[in-house]
Design a protein around this ligand. Structure first.
Ligand code: HAM
Length: 421
């Protein structure tokens, strides 16, 4: 689990701000759901035979004897919220949330036990138009974030019926190669053989490569859905690669699945993944409603932003207020509060905790401020404050206290003019 330190927070905020603005421009509304849910919710939604449910959940029994789990993902909780708040009833919703998820995975670069996701869900739209729009949204996001090294893979998992028929074929094939399956895969043979195709075990890749493909056994409606989606993506100029082995690690998917991967982060290459889950809501006890969505791994996206060097410079003060003398020190707080009131778009840092002139100027320099405002007992007695540019060679000047805000603003603007020339 990671601490996100102030030095890294700029990239996080850039990502969150960009995401918030973009999602709102596509009509998505923010929703906030609990971090803890009943364990049974995740078992039902994600599937008993998935890595997430079998091995990775942080589950505990509370004082009331109830089994609860820290959310490993957000889709299940959002759908639970939509059902329990009566949001469905034929209505359509475009929802998003951001927050921490928890999976007890083996930590490595880009893979953490607490990680953040921006999760986006469109509920009540049968698609494929909404599938296409969601993917176009993600492509636009990369452009806005300046991220280039990502590629899109898509696939269709068909309807549950088509998948059941395919499952039988796959089982036949895998049973024929049972001796070459690893322990995990043998265990999954009965519960969820499709998951075997997701195995990262290098020794299994040959068996997997020979397996029949779900794409060759799709029902006609799913095929049409998928072909329409592909033509929409071509239409909006989003490049994609069809990966017939993309099955995803969660069981609720039907039809469209997709994943944006990168070659820039090592083994943990999925930056943003999702798909359609038309059966999930009814499976959780709600009225049958289609859904589609995705989640982006924030730590991985932040890493890509850093690599693309798009991180904005850290926030710094515009004005550092140096105080000199006992009277000035006690007047400082009030004086700067009034400036903040009058110049709300400017950042002021008041010297706190005393210190001689030299110390205060060193702090002023470190704050990144463009201007030092010097308030001393002498100046106060004369009804003025002194101003000294910190990044330019222009000299010190004075400004009357009764026009201080206007004077500070004029000085900052003049400096920006000089710096820009
Ligand atoms: P997921 O593929 O399990 O899907 O996770 C989505 C993204 O979260 C991944 O692509 C990755 O970027 C990030 N991620 C997953 N695990 C970790 C980890 N341990 N450390 C860091 N980042 C991680 C879901 O969670 C689905 N709920 C997505 C979805 C929404 N499908 C439909 N709607």
């Amino acid at each position: 689990m990671n601490d996100v330190l102030p030095a890294a927070i700029g990239a996080w905020q850039f990502l969150e701000d960009t995401m918030r603005e973009l999602l709102s421009s596509y009509g998505y509304e923010e929703i906030r759901v609990p971090i803890v849910e009943q364990t049974a919710l995740f078992k039902r939604a994600i599937g008993e035979f998935t890595d997430v449910v079998e091995k990775e959940m942080y589950t505990f029994t509370d004082q009331g004897g109830e089994s609860l789990t820290l959310r490993p993902e957000a889709t299940a909780g959002i759908m639970r919220a939509a059902i329990s708040n009566g949001m469905l009833r034929g209505a359509r919703h475009k929802l998003w949330c951001v927050g921490p998820m928890f999976r007890h995975e083996k930590p490595q670069k880009g893979r953490y036990r607490q990680f953040y996701q921006v999760d986006v869900e469109a509920v009540g739209f049968p698609g494929p138009d909404v599938d296409g729009e969601l993917i176009a949204l993600t492509a636009r996001l990369w452009r806005k974030l300046g991220i280039e090294r990502v590629r899109l893979q898509i696939n269709s998992l068909g309807t549950p019926e088509a998948r059941r028929a395919y499952r039988e074929r796959l089982l036949g094939y895998l049973r024929g190669h049972e001796s070459r399956l690893d322990a995990d895969s043998r265990r999954r043979l009965e519960g969820n053989p499709l998951r075997i195709l997701d195995s990262k075990n290098a020794e299994m890749q040959e068996v997997i490569a020979g397996a029949p493909l779900l794409t060759d056994h799709l029902d006609s409606e799913s095929r049409e859905h998928f072909e329409t989606l592909c033509s929409m993506l071509r239409d909006v100029g989003v490049e994609y690669q069809i990966n017939p082995r993309l099955v995803r690690g969660l069981d609720y998917y039907t039809r469209t699945v997709f994943e944006w991967t990168t070659d820039a982060l090592g083994a943990q290459d999925a930056v943003c993944s999702g798909g359609r889950y038309d059966g999930l809501i009814s499976q959780l006890g709600g009225e049958s409603t289609p859904g589609v969505g995705f989640a982006m791994g924030v730590e991985r996206a932040v890493e890509l932003i850093a690599l693309a060097q798009k991180t904005p410079p850290p926030a710094v003060a515009d004005v550092y207020v140096v105080v000199n003398g006992a009277r000035a020190a006690s007047a400082g707080v009030g004086l700067v509060e009034r400036l903040r009131e009058e110049l709300p778009h400017r950042r002021f840092e008041l010297n706190l905790g005393g210190g001689n002139f030299k110390t205060q100027f060193r702090r002023a320099d470190r704050s990144g401020a463009a201007l030092a405002l010097i308030v001393g007992d002498d100046e106060l007695a004369r009804g003025v404050a002194a101003m000294k540019p910190l990044r330019l060679e222009t000299g010190q000047s004075e400004c009357p206290l009764n026009g201080l805000a206007a004077g500070v603003e004029a000085a900052l603007e003049a400096m920006m003019g000089v710096a820009g020339k």
